[in-house]
Design a protein around this ligand. Structure first.
Ligand code: NAD
Ligand code: UGA
Length: 441
């Protein structure tokens, strides 16, 4: 059992804290957001993440998991051996990662620590940040106390975060202090995953390179989808056929609306920024980002082509009603950061459309950022009076809709499927005008 502090109770921090407690450690999770901590103390989760509530409840009850807003309590009472930094690193100016939250944590940790500490960075941070954190801590400590900095990037996905944390493909640890990295490695031994120990900068780069590669797979298949559309091939079958090749693999070859979320968009941009300021030309990354933006635009183009006005005086979608199914950036999360669905709604509105929308869990978050959108109770209410329906997130409940009922409530039976969850032939049989992504026509 180790005594651990985790700073930041977002998707990564709360999952890390809860799972490390579940592995038998004593964990104190800290956040500056008092409301979040208050809710957690009452057993209310600040985010939607399947299985999280149960793990939190179990470990709070077992006396292994605690919540606080007080840095001194989290780090010194009782003395933590390790502190994880798991705060946000959002997109800043020119795509550069904004490190203000990491800086604030490093400063507070340095100010309060009264014993030696291993500072572990779990946030996704630009290469060189570990050294920078060490400098901040050193310069901010009231008196010198030994510490080590370890990079331990996180590879979990929202929606399957608990299972991803407990069943990792690998654990990456980077440090100049090998002994500290070995101590952190002990936390993960029971997970029976390969543990790679390397230097700080390499560990930081592994995280960006991994996310950029996955984003590249998505943009690659979206490019292929585009070509499939022109040539009459079916990208779903193409991806299946490619995926049998073990060197390629089927994962992350779902063509569609493009990647969204709090990570791929900002991380690809941040990596490109890192390259640019070193005088390198990250051409592949630039193309990945352009293809991704086009994937969203092409969904709106399909709607315009299918139901748009031809009159020169009207905006293309003026007088048209479009329903959007799915507002979270992917299923099984309430996260709407960089959500393609939200982006598409804004483009539809800019074209003059009236928009109706629904999401099984992200409605509350979406309501905060959307204006003039009628938020509905389910897919059928969303479809009422619509000239077109756009499927933006592949939630399970959208996969087996009552098609006759849907068609009956719509003004025009037009479906643009941004995630290829429906079969074109079946949709046509039911009398829909259907467009997927890269399915040939
Ligand atoms: P998040 O926005 O969900 O949570 C961040 C939390 O940090 C918030 O609760 C915020 O209040 C808190 N915070 C900010 N400043 C603080 C401070 N000074 N002291 C204490 N708490 C503070 O973020 P997230 O999605 O969990 O991402 C965290 C990091 O992990 C990012 O770098 C992200 O790129 C990376 N990451 C995220 C995922 C994911 O699936 N979300 C996966 C892997 C890596
Ligand atoms: C992603 C990575 O998968 C995690 O390994 C990583 O830890 C995390 O980013 C991070 O660094 O934050 P996440 O963003 O939660 O996880 O979700 P993914 O399942 O990777 O999906 C990302 C986006 O790509 C979603 O919008 C999804 O719809 C889209 N996607 C995914 C596709 O368009 N096609 C695919 O084949 C797969």
């Amino acid at each position: 059992m180790k005594t651990i502090a985790v700073i930041g109770v977002g998707y990564v921090g709360l999952v890390t804290g809860a799972c490390l407690a579940d592995l038998g450690n004593r964990v104190t999770c800290l956040d500056i957001n008092e409301e979040r901590i208050e809710k957690l103390k009452q057993g209310i989760m600040p985010i939607f993440e399947p299985g999280l509530e149960e793990v939190v409840r179990r470990n709070v009850a077992a006396g292994r998991l605690f919540f606080t807003t007080d840095y001194d309590e989290a780090i010194n009472r009782p003395p933590a051996e390790m502190v994880f930094i798991a705060v946000g690193t959002p997109e800043g100016v020119d795509g550069e990662a904004d490190l203000r939250y990491v800086r604030a944590v490093a400063e507070r940790v340095a100010e309060v620590m009264d014993h030696p500490l291993i500072i572990i960075n779990k946030s996704t941070v630009p290469v060189g940040t570990g050294d920078w954190v060490a400098d901040i801590v050193r310069s901010r400590q009231p008196q010198p106390i030994p510490f080590a900095v370890v990079s331990n990037p996180e590879f979990l996905r929202e929606g399957s975060a608990i299972s991803d944390f407990m069943n990792p493909d690998r654990i990456v640890l980077g440090s100049l202090d090998r002994e500290a990295a070995q101590k952190v490695a002990q936390l993960y031994l029971s997970l029976r995953a390969p543990i790679m120990i390397t230097d700080l900068r390499t560990a930081e780069m592994i995280k960006y390179a991994s996310n950029a590669f996955l984003a590249t797979k998505i943009s690659f298949i979206n490019e292929i989808a585009n070509i499939c559309e022109a040539l009459g091939a079916d990208v779903k079958e193409v991806a299946a056929g490619m995926g049998y090749d073990k060197r390629i693999g089927r994962a992350f070859l779902d063509a569609g609306i493009g990647y969204g979320g709090s990570c791929f968009p900002k991380d690809v941009k941040a990596l490109a920024h890192m390259a640019n300021i070193q005088g390198k030309h990250p051409q592949l990354l630039e193309a990945v980002m352009q293809i991704n933006a086009d994937a969203r635009r092409s969904i709106v183009a399909k709607v315009r082509n299918l139901i748009g006005n031809n009159s020169g005086t009207l905006r293309k979608l003026e007088g048209k009603v479009v329903g959007v199914l799915g507002l979270a950036f992917k299923p099984n999360t309430d996260d709407i950061r960089e959500s393609p669905g939200i982006d598409i709604i804004r483009m539809l509105q800019a074209d003059g459309a009236t928009v109706r929308a629904y999401d099984p869990v992200a409605m509350e978050n979406a309501a905060r950022v959307l204006t003039n959108v009628t938020l509905c109770r389910d897919a059928y209410e969303t479809a009422e009076g619509c000239d077109a329906l756009v499927l933006a997130t592949e939630w399970n409940e959208f996969k087996h809709l009552d098609l006759p009922r849907l068609k009956q409530v719509m003004r025009q039976p037009v479906i643009v499927d941004g995630r290829n969850i429906y079969e074109p032939a079946v949709m046509r049989e039911h009398g829909f005008i259907y467009r997927g992504v890269g399915r040939g026509y």
